[in-house]
Write a protein that binds this ligand. Structure first.
Ligand SMILES: NC(=O)c1ccc[n+]([C@@H]2O[C@H](COP(=O)([O-])OP(=O)(O)OC[C@H]3O[C@@H](n4cnc5c(N)ncnc54)[C@H](O)[C@@H]3O)[C@@H](O)[C@H]2O)c1
Length: 392
């Protein structure tokens, strides 16, 4: 059986812990609920088996993956699971290496008690690359998929802009940070021809020079910002209003969440990155920009739970005004982890088919998809199935 190395950035975070624990639980016989690639439509497509995955990763906070998984899974109503799959969590723990925070802003720097110092971005990329190579050799992986599950970074105060991949690589040698950490990880992965998936709204591989690098090294990449909760519902509901010709006057959404992600998003600079990713799709879906607002607030007592309340004010026949409201109560990491496993499977499949560059066909998984303008969930899902069936 082939081995696919899955390298998680933010490896002791909530999503990583649930991804590793969930993967082990399914190997022990739990049903693969919530995985898109387990639908009948995907059977026979030749996707890699979940058993092929072997995990490692980078992290900047200490602690242990098993302890982290215990707390999160207990919060999600699964108090015994972390210890049932404890061996698998401990095996991954032994493969976690210190990450880089250079260029990531003050919130990320403050989190880090286990970081690698790098004098230049080039040194940081080299270090990340070395860790990836050592991991691949140690576990005997045929290929690697790097998944960014780290805390959301602020948008860089500068606009990283390079003529091409060579100009970007040359700029990394200078003493000042040029790229945020998510892009340093992306650069290291793509440089070695490995796949990069950005599950966060951070910059990651969203730069023309990194796309050029991917095409040069024959790497695939995809992103950004997993579509797991409020935005998922939004991307279905807004089509309803568009198709029935019911003009939306305003769409107000408020999210409250209590986990580590929420704590980082409490900082206005980090929050702005997330809000941009969540708020930009309505004009694309509706064809006009209604009055809209997305709020995100940290409420510590909620732990792993995220609650979204959306109020939609719309007009009907003869201008009559009506409203719709919904409340989404989600256990954040249980929504995200199956999508991470799907994305690894699909990017590894693309690698196996010899594809390179951005994978727009994976847009259904993201709030702010790269390589496609399509935002409607059903159309995105159909595009995914067409891509799967298309010859390499
Ligand atoms: N949960 C969801 O449904 C969902 C959906 C879409 C996107 N996301 C994004 O996924 C990311 C992870 O979410 P989470 O709930 O697991 O958060 P978390 O806070 O539990 O985990 C993030 C981890 O990343 C680590 N980290 C931060 N910067 C790092 C760096 N430079 N290098 C290595 N590790 C680093 C942190 O120490 C932390 O352990 C966030 O950016 C979040 O916005 C989550």
């Amino acid at each position: 059986m082939a081995r696919i190395g899955v390298w998680l950035i933010g490896a002791r975070g909530s999503i990583s812990a649930v991804t590793v624990a969930g993967h082990a639980a399914m190997a022990a016989g739990m049903e693969p609920l919530g995985l898109v690639t387990e639908r009948a439509d995907f059977a026979g497509a030749g996707l890699p088996a979940l058993e092929e995955f072997v995990f490692g990763g980078h992290e900047i906070q200490g602690g242990s993956l098993r302890d982290r998984a215990r707390v999160i899974l207990a919060d999600c109503g699964l108090p015994l699971l972390a210890d049932h799959v404890g061996e698998a969590l401990d095996a991954v723990e032994a493969r976690i290496r210190p990450g880089v925070v250079r260029g990531g802003g003050k919130q990320i720097a403050a989190l880090g008690d286990d970081v690698v110092e790098a004098r230049t971005d080039a040194e940081a990329v080299e270090k990340i690359r070395r860790d990836l190579d050592e991991f691949q050799a140690a576990v005997g992986a045929d290929r690697l998929v790097v998944v960014n599950l780290a805390s959301t970074e602020p948008q860089p105060p500068w606009q990283p802009c390079f003529e091409d991949a060579d100009a970007l690589l040359a700029a990394l040698a200078g003493p000042d940070p040029v790229l945020p950490p998510s892009s340093l990880y992306a650069c290291a992965a793509l440089l070695g021809g490995d796949a990069f998936v950005n599950f966060t709204p951070s910059l990651g591989s969203r730069l023309p020079a990194l796309e050029a690098l991917a095409l040069r090294t024959g790497a695939v990449h995809a992103g950004s910002d997993g579509k797991t909760g409020e935005t998922l519902v939004k991307s279905v509901l807004s089509e309803l209003f568009a198709r029935r010709n019911l003009p939306v006057l305003s769409w107000f959404g408020q999210n409250i969440l209590g986990n580590g992600d929420g704590r980082v998003l409490d900082d206005p600079a980090n929050k702005a990155t997330k809000i941009r990713s969540k708020d930009h799709l309505l004009p694309k879906l509706l064809g006009y920009a209604p009055e809209s607002r997305v709020g995100i607030d940290y409420v510590g007592s909620l732990g792993e739970w995220k609650i979204a309340w959306d109020h939609i004010h719309f007009q009907g026949f003869l201008g009559g005004r009506m409203t719709m409201q919904f409340v989404w109560n989600g256990c954040d990491s249980l929504l995200a982890a199956p999508l991470v496993l799907d994305l690894v499977r699909l990017t590894a499949f693309a690698q196996g088919r010899g594809e390179s560059g951005v994978l727009g066909a994976l847009g259904a998984f993201f709030k702010d998809p790269m390589g496609t303008d399509e935002q409607r969930l059903v159309a995105q899902d159909e595009a995914l199935l067409r891509w799967l069936a298309s010859p390499a």
